[in-house]
Design a protein around this ligand. Structure first.
Ligand code: SF4
Length: 495
């Protein structure tokens, strides 16, 4: 018979890890977490906890244990898990189209191994483009985001225009939430393009590695000249026409910029950007060939990441709002039950089922990296061809089934028992590049190393619970001004 001093409870599933400062982190399958001492952890496992200890109720409310209400606890965990997996309901929403493989630049780290300006055979034709749009509208997703990529997509401007106009025509009947993004170096922007971008509300994503002396290190025109001045002038023209909200920049971190990230961030601010995505260099295309010159170890990257994260937190605290997007995605995964839509932090992986890429020649690949791999002759991830295969053959073929089956993090070796499993994701194409196997090998994976070290650092900060740091994190998660978040925290403490 049980009483308040000894009560029978069931221990629910969770993973755990000892953090560097000796406390233990416990995380259950729906992402609820708790920091505990070794004594409390041992008491939990040995069924020695009683409701007389406050930690009992913390474990109960976060579903690490259940006493009289096992069914309710299981149902609560299942509901949270359903929210985390809600991205599965809608299928593919991000559709990237490579309208040309040509580029007026030749960057040292180009993943796409771009082609020279004369090679017009690597431009997408209208026949392929039209069929691609038809396929995109076969997706059941209520949101369709069409992202134009290259090469430099502005080199095939007539096809971009035709795709936008045809998509809008189809959408008069399909009634989806339709968005367009152009990923461009901006140097070829004309007045006619700006007018079209404004009229059709296209979003611009450009590339910025830092101030001119950093940008010019690895981003040069095919003739070997700097493109920085043209980029800056056109960014200004674009901003004047469409405002600053509709443009963002992508940072590629090389060995050159790794130790200069504060300078890079200052330049982002100078040009009016309010956030950055800190991205480690990926081993594809020219980047792989030039790794000795451009690369660094993942440990070096994470040291730089921690340093710049502190710099960004201080910037925000001093009154300059600026967001780091990768940290924000991880914090959203940690603190909310919602899916982020970021394909690399999903289980199963978002490859093909959340995002897909159509190459200029009509071939379809699950990720941009898979398309880049195909450039080297490795076509393992070719899902099909827009002119030769139906929607069902492309999206419900053996390759997609295999990708989904082998990218469920909950059962992957190494991930199945990892404390960070609920927040992490899978990159099957990168696994294949590194090991020739979609499943991959966690102990030697840089993707795993990066996420382990970054998540460990974030949990350390969360455990320290510095109100300033937490307020900045919440302003990033909720996209609200820091002052507003602080005001709410103050009200919360007083109540
Ligand atoms: S990839 Fe690494 S960090 Fe992520 S869940 Fe798997 S083992 Fe954990």
């Amino acid at each position: 018979m049980s009483n308040i001093r000894s009560i029978e409870y069931s221990i629910l599933p969770f993973n755990f890890r000892r953090l560097p400062q000796r406390r233990l982190l416990l995380v259950n399958p729906s992402g609820e977490f708790s920091f505990v001492s070794s004594d409390d952890f041992n008491d939990l496992l040995n069924h020695n906890l009683t409701p007389l200890k406050p930690v009992y109720f913390e474990f109960k409310s976060k579903h690490f244990l259940a006493d009289t209400d096992l069914d309710i606890s299981q149902e609560m965990v299942a509901t949270q898990l359903r929210s985390r997996k809600s991205f599965l309901r809608h299928f593919t929403s991000l559709h990237m189209i490579v309208v040309t493989a040509r580029c007026n630049f030749i960057c040292d780290y180009c993943h796409a191994s771009s082609a020279s300006l004369e090679q017009q055979r690597v431009d997408m034709t209208w026949q392929v483009a039209k069929k691609t749009v038809d396929l995109i509208f076969s997706s059941p997703s209520p949101v369709l985001k069409i992202e134009f990529q290259g090469g430099e997509p502005l080199l095939n401007w007539p096809i971009i225009k035709a795709i936008v106009q045809y998509s809008k025509f189809l959408n008069r009947f399909a009634k989806r939430q339709l968005e367009f993004v152009i990923c461009t170096n901006l140097t070829l922007l004309t007045d006619e393009m700006i007018a079209f971008i404004k009229k059709h509300e296209l979003i611009i994503s450009t590339s910025l590695d830092g101030p001119k002396h950093i940008q010019d290190c690895h981003r040069k025109t095919r003739e070997g000249f700097s493109g920085y001045d043209a980029f800056r002038k056109n960014l200004q023209r674009l901003r004047e026409a469409i405002g600053s909200e509709a443009s963002s920049a992508l940072l590629t971190i090389t060995r050159t910029s790794l130790s200069k990230l504060p300078e890079v961030i200052d330049h982002y601010l100078e040009l009016g950007f309010d956030g950055v995505f800190l991205r480690a260099l990926n081993p594809y295309g020219f980047a792989q060939q030039n790794m000795a010159k451009l690369g660094y170890s993942m440990e070096e990257f994470v040291v730089a990441y921690k340093h710049i994260l502190r710099y960004l937190i201080d910037l925000n605290l001093q009154g300059t709002p600026f967001t780091e997007y990768y940290t924000t995605l991880l914090l959203q995964r940690i603190f909310t039950p919602f899916s982020t839509g970021f394909v690399d932090l999903q289980s199963p992986s978002g490859a093909a089922i959340s995002g897909v890429i159509y190459d200029f020649n009509g071939e379809v690949y699950p990720t941009d990296e898979a398309r880049m791999l195909a450039r080297t002759g490795e076509k393992h991830f070719r899902m099909g061809h827009v002119l030769k295969n139906s929607y069902e053959e492309i999206f419900a073929g053996d390759l997609v089934k295999e990708l989904v089956k082998k990218s469920c993090i909950e059962v992957l070796p190494g991930c199945a028992s990892c404390v960070f499993q609920a927040y992490c994701g899978v990159d099957p194409v990168r696994n294949y590049v590194e090991t020739k196997d979609i499943v991959g090998h966690r102990p030697s994976s840089d993707f795993c190393k990066k996420n382990t070290l970054i998540l460990e650092h974030l949990f350390q900060l969360i455990d320290e619970n510095d109100p300033d740091v937490m307020d900045v994190f919440w302003s990033w998660i909720t996209r609200r001004p820091l002052e507003e978040v602080r005001h709410d925290s103050f009200k919360w403490e007083r109540n």
